[in-house]
Each structure stands twice: as structure tokens, then as C-alpha cells.
Design a protein around this ligand. Structure first.
Ligand code: NDP
Length: 300
């Protein structure tokens, strides 16, 4: 099956590109491991224009809208992507798809602390998603690692469920949105431990303690959960063979979302975008679909 466009990734960038591509009448396939992507894991999203709702709710609305305009949807993992001549070949298990163009909107994956205990206690107290796992820690004490927007959102969310939330941050002032910091500071359940770095997660079957290093001393906090909210790295491994030009691992794009590979455009958190927000990713998705339309018209 040959498409005008295959969109890789189903977060805000990919789904918005699908809305636009469908409306341009491009024969479009959108492939994603899970539609909604990491935006599904966002709790209450307050900065999406027009609606305040959970990430999952907003993403579900966008998907319904995208389906209306004719793109084909496939929820599966992508094994490989390559270019042969002028054609792109996307392999998903036994299925192989061909396309004239690609939009890469694969987003990012969670960064890990890489400390002792992190792997061992994954799912047994260590989590990368407060929204998904917070409920397991009802009335318990947990820690959140990180000092930016994700850590702040996770801490505020967990404070609604847990007895106590320690935020462990390596610098001396959190750098999340001011409104979040103000809410954290007035929340009696949240305590920020500044200038501290986690060194080991300790437990017996499940997490019991977090070791941190603060002021050159080791300290131990008793916690049942450790929520790692320290950012993300771009999900470029499936598209490695295309040899993108990267900046700190992120795909370099122009204003028109063009990459260094002819016929390939990139949008959203996987690119060297200025700010990683749902709205900016959606904007890039729209631009990418428009650029594909121009590219196909000019290559006829
Ligand atoms: P960021 O990359 O912005 O921040 C990561 C945080 O983790 C930083 O505080 C960083 O410290 C800390 N950190 C990184 N590595 C380590 C480590 N190895 N050990 C300890 N701490 C570490 O990631 P976020 O996930 O917070 O945000 C990603 C993007 O998504 C941003 O653009 C953000 O604005 C956006 N976002 C927006 C939200 C919103 O509601 N508007 C909600 C969530 C995310 P340091 O500060 O020292 O670098």
C-alpha cells in the first residue's frame, strides 16, 4: 500500500498533522504505539486554549476530529523506517507500508536517574507517571525527583492523594511555572528538599527509602514511592537509519518543519522546538502537513 504521507507518532503533533493532511486530501496513514502519546499522562491541562481537561480527554477529542477527515489509523509499534530511492518504507511487524513523505512526530521518552534500585523497584514503588500510579500510594509518603514543570505537576497531583510529598531537587529554586511553585509552597503536604541528589532507592520487595546526597552528606527519607520526573529524551531510535541532523539528540527542523532529509518533516517534542507544550506541538503538526502538501505539489 502506498501513501502520500505516513505520520509516525500519535501525540498532539501527529494527530494535528493527520487533521490537516486529511483536509488536504492526502492519502495518509498515522502509526503510533499509543494514540495520545505522553500527553495522555498529563493530569489537568490548564493551558490548552479553549478547554481545561485531562490530557487524555483532550487527546481523545483530537483523535476523534482527526478520524473525521480520512487518515487511516494504526496502533502498533514501529520496527524500522528506511528510505529507498524516493520512497520511504515503514515496517510494523509483518506489515510494510510505503510512502512519498514522512512526518516524524515520535515525541520523547522518560529520562532515567540511573541510580541503584531504580530498575529493581520499577513498578514496585518507582514510577515515571504520577497520574497513572499515584493511586497506589494513597495516604502514603512519596518523593518526586526533579525541579521543573513535570515535577511540579506531579507533586501537586500527588499531594491530593498522598499523606506527604517530598520534592527532591538538585538546585536551590524550582524552575517550574510561577503559579505551580506558589501552589506548592502553600501546600502543607509538600516539602521541597533543595540542593539534593538521589543516590539510591532502597527496599525489600517494594520501595522503603530514598537515599539522597545533600550538602555532601548522605540522608535517608522513608518513602513508599519515588516518582522520577526529570525530563525526557527524544525517541529517535526507530528513525536512526535516516541519519537526521540532530541538536542534543533532537531533530533539527526549519520554520517549515523540514529536516535534512528530502521528503521528511518533523514536528513536536522530538524536534529542537523552543518549548515543549501540547499547543506548540499541535502547531508544528499543522505546519508539517502544510509543508508536505507543498512538497508533493512541487514534486509532481
Ligand atoms: P525538563 O527537562 O524541563 O526538567 C527536568 C528537571 O529534572 C529539571 O529540574 C532538571 O534539573 C532535573 N533533572 C534532569 N536530570 C536529572 C538527574 N539526572 N537527576 C536529578 N534531576 C535531574 O523536563 P520536564 O519534564 O519538567 O518538562 C519537559 C517540557 O515539558 C518542558 O518544556 C516543560 O515546560 C513542559 N511541561 C509543561 C507542563 C505545563 O503544565 N505547562 C507540564 C509538564 C511539562 P535542572 O533544573 O537542574 O536542569
Amino acid at each position: 500500500m502506498k501513501y502520500d504521507l505516513i505520520i509516525l507518532g500519535g501525540g498532539p503533533a501527529g494527530l494535528t498533522a493527520a487533521i490537516y493532511a486529511g483536509r488536504y486530501n492526502l492519502k495518509t496513514l498515522i502509526v503510533a504505539e499509543s494514540f495520545g502519546g505522553t500527553a495522555n499522562l498529563a493530569g489537568e491541562v490548564e493551558n490548552w486554549p479553549g478547554k481545561i481537561g485531562s490530557g487524555m480527554e483532550i487527546m481523545s477529542d483530537i483523535k476523534v476530529q482527526a478520524e473525521k477527515f480520512g487518515a487511516e489509523f494504526l496502533e502498533t509499534s514501529i520496527d524500522s523506517v528506511k528510505k529507498e530511492g524516493e520512497e520511504f518504507i515503514v515496517s510494523c511487524g509483518e506489515k510494510i507500508f510505503y510512502s512519498k513523505t514522512l512526518i516524524v512526530a515520535l515525541g520523547t521518552k522518560h529520562r532515567k536517574l540511573e541510580i541503584l534500585g531504580e530498575e529493581e523497584f520499577l513498578g514496585k514503588g518507582v514510577s515515571y507517571c504520577a497520574i497513572c500510579d499515584g493511586n497506589f500510594f494513597r495516604n502514603k509518603t512519596v518523593s518526586v525527583i526533579g525541579g521543573a514543570d513535570s515535577a511540579a505537576k506531579a507533586a501537586l497531583y500527588l499531594a491530593n492523594i498522598c499523606e506527604k510529598v517530598y520534592v527532591v531537587y538538585r538546585k536551590d529554586k524550582m524552575r517550574c511555572e510561577a503559579i505551580s511553585l506558589a501552589n506548592i509552597e502553600k501546600n502543607e503536604k509538600i516539602e521541597i528538599i533543595y540542593n539534593a541528589t538521589p543516590s539510591e532507592i532502597v527496599g525489600e520487595g517494594v520501595v522503603k527509602q530514598l537515599k539522597i546526597s545533600k550538602d555532601n552528606e548522605e540522608k535517608i527519607i522513608d518513602v513508599s514511592g519515588v516518582f522520577v520526573e526529570i525530563g525526557a529524551t527524544p525517541s529517535t531510535n526507530t528513525v536512526e537509519s535516516l541519519n537526521f541532523e540532530l541538536e542534543n539528540g533532537y531533530i533539527i527542523t526549519g520554520k517549515d518543519t523540514k529536516t535534512n532529509i528530502e521528503g521528511v518533516f518533523a514536528a513536536g517534542d522530538i524536534t529542537n522546538i523552543e518549548i515543549q507544550q501540547m499547543i506548540t506541538a499541535a502547531g508544528e503538526g499543522a505546519i508539517a502537513a502544510h509543508s508536505v502538501q507543498n512538497f508533493l505539489m512541487n514534486s509532481k
